[in-house]
Design a protein. Structure first.
Length: 590
């Protein structure tokens, strides 16, 4: 094996890693926020966790990515440690899919069906299809599918390059001696762990082992077994690095991953070599066959999962013993959004939406409190409204900054629109909270000056307060539940609130003319009506933005113009219904 073979090996490994990362990223993008929703649905049922962990990892082709996501979820408080233990076990099973795909390179035979299953036969076809989709299709979904096909083709091309580069090692006596040395369980485990830790990919290290096995014939079952188990330990390094700077619960996720693989390796090797001492397995000295690596890889992970699954509580306690709670140390404030999730943008966007929902609920509570204070001033409640508004400002700042980081990633068209919608929505929510503070300030001014509205004016204000309460409730609920039908009920109510504001101003002017109201109260009423009407405007913005994203139309002005020009019976019926519900009492001046 000369210098050029070494360069070919490094180049093949580079292509393999690039193809794997491209494939994984495209699969994540195609899956969208469904990954996050699936993982969030974990219950206390460990079996369900194993199945979903295996499924998600098989889809994104990376147990490290799944584990890093879990670290982020636990760090953000989305999931508990006990929920993720089963998912981690399932992730180890799911990652064996890569080994099965790579085993296709070892297929041999003259049968046409076997020839078609060989990567050298079908990867060029996949590459041609992928290239064609990218060149001639504008669909974002088809572009993701094309990237998956091309990523897989590059991965397999890198695998072939590695196999060709190491084929000369079969004639090197020193290589055979090295492989015999690795049949020592301890050396084999260390070699597999170190290699995987260095290249940060168990899939790549499995690929290298597969290339050595198929090209040299010098890798026996006895050599491969401890190396493969060591690779499972080495892949834990990614999660351990990711947990640096996280809270204790998140660090324990990485420790659970490490404990599961280390304990599994120790138990598996101890039992296996104990049995071998009595049964003398003949296959240990036999060279690896095409499917030997995926069979060993899958058997270990499935057996380890079956062994440890009943002991998830004990594993949790062991992780807590490794990462102990310090009663004298205060845990830092749990971050609302975790930087680790940025590696999977669709998951990060869904998490942003979850935090934005918390922001929306707090905004609704704040407005309702301010409207209550307007009729019955309470200093304690007034201070709470101001504190809530400050918290909402923090929400907007953190979510907005996080969304900007997401927008710099390679996003699908759908995800890009979701980012835009969330940015607009959190801006409207923050402005609504500002108006809540303005309402409280008006109530405080009236309380300090010992002035109040007449009974007639108070009854009229109650009507618009009730209308604003309803429009806010509809807009927030529509956003929380992604309910487009409910969002479409917002705009007609916003029109009614605009009319109420106009009518209330006219009535106030008439009372001023008759000397039934003071100019000072007039200024307060004018500001109050402006703030209430602005709240309804922002509710309209939230609802319209949701509808636009759904209908793939981002021109707000055009949408609003078309809506009010058209004879939409649903809109007209809702408008008339709201007008009847929010009718002002008959004026004494009429």
């Amino acid at each position: 094996m000369d210098l050029f073979d070494v360069l070919s090996l490094i180049g093949g490994l580079a292509l393999f890693l690039f193809g794997m990362n491209t494939l994984s990223a495209a699969l994540e993008k195609l899956a969208g926020g469904k990954l996050e929703k699936l993982l969030e649905k974990m219950t206390s049922n460990p079996i369900k966790g194993v199945l979903l962990g295996a499924g998600v990892t098989a889809v994104i082709q990376s147990s490290s990515a799944t584990t890093v996501m879990l670290v982020g979820f636990v760090n953000s408080g989305i999931m508990k440690l006990r929920q993720v233990i089963g998912v981690i076990m399932g992730a180890n099973i799911g990652t064996t899919m890569t080994a099965w795909l790579l085993s296709l390179t070892a297929l041999d035979g003259d049968n046409i069906f076997i020839q078609l299953l060989k990567p050298s036969s079908f990867t060029p076809i996949l590459a041609i299809i992928g290239t064609g989709l990218i060149m001639f299709s504008k669909s974002d979904k088809k572009h993701n599918i094309a990237t998956i096909l091309l990523g897989f083709a590059v991965l397999m091309f890198g695998m072939d390059a590695m196999s060709d580069a190491v084929s000369g090692l079969k004639d090197v006596p020193e290589f055979g001696e090295l492989m015999i040395a690795f049949s020592n369980p301890i050396l084999g485990v260390i070699a597999g762990a170190v290699l995987t830790a260095i290249i940060q990919s168990s899939s790549a290290s499995v690929g290298i082992l597969q290339a050595l096995a198929t090209s040299t014939g010098a890798v026996t079952h006895g050599t491969a077994l401890p190396i493969l188990l060591g690779q499972n330990i080495g892949t834990c390094v990614t999660a351990l690095i990711s947990s640096i700077g996280a809270n204790k619960s998140a660090k324990r996720v990485a420790i659970v991953h490490l404990l599961f693989n280390v304990l599994g390796t120790v138990v598996f090797l101890a039992l296996f070599y104990l049995l071998n001492a009595f049964l003398h397995f003949q296959f240990l000295d036999m060279p690896l066959e095409g499917t030997s690596i995926p069979i060993i890889h899958t058997a270990f992970n499935v057996l380890a999962t079956l062994l440890f699954l009943p002991f998830t509580k004990q594993i949790e306690k062991l992780a807590c013993l490794v990462i102990r709670d310090n009663p004298n140390e205060e845990e830092g404030e749990m971050p609302m959004l975790d930087e680790r999730l940025l590696k999977t943008p669709s998951v990060a966007i869904e998490q942003c939406r979850n935090v934005a929902i918390r922001m929306a609920k707090l905004t609704r509570k704040t407005i309702f409190q301010s409207l209550d204070i307007l009729g019955n001033y309470d200093q304690k409640k007034s201070m709470e409204v101001v504190e809530n508004e400050n918290t909402i400002d923090i929400y907007e700042d953190k979510i907005g900054s996080y969304l900007l980081k997401i927008s710099s990633k390679d996003l699908s068209e759908h995800d890009s629109k979701l980012v835009s919608k969330l940015l607009h929505t959190i801006g409207d929510l923050e402005r609504i909270s500002d108006h809540a503070v303005n309402v409280v300030e008006a109530a405080e001014e009236m309380y300090q000056k010992k002035i109040k509205f007449s009974d007639e004016a108070s009854q009229e204000i109650d009507v618009i307060k009730n209308a604003v309460s309803e429009i806010l409730d509809k807009a927030i609920e529509a956003f929380i539940n992604s309910d487009i039908a409910l969002a479409k009920q917002v705009e007609p109510l916003e029109d009614v609130i605009d009319e109420l504001r106009t009518d209330l101003k006219s009535r106030h002017i008439e009372r001023l003319r008759l000397g039934k109201c003071t100019i000072e109260l007039g200024f307060i009423l004018s500001d109050l009506l402006t703030n209430l009407e602005r709240v309804s405007d922002h509710c309209s913005n939230i609802a319209v933005c949701m509808i636009q994203v759904k209908e793939n139309n981002m021109d707000t002005h055009e949408y609003m113009t078309e809506l009010k020009r058209s004879d939409d019976s649903e809109f007209v019926d809702a408008l008339n219904g709201y007008k009847k519900r929010y009718t002002l009492p008959v004026s004494e001046n009429a």
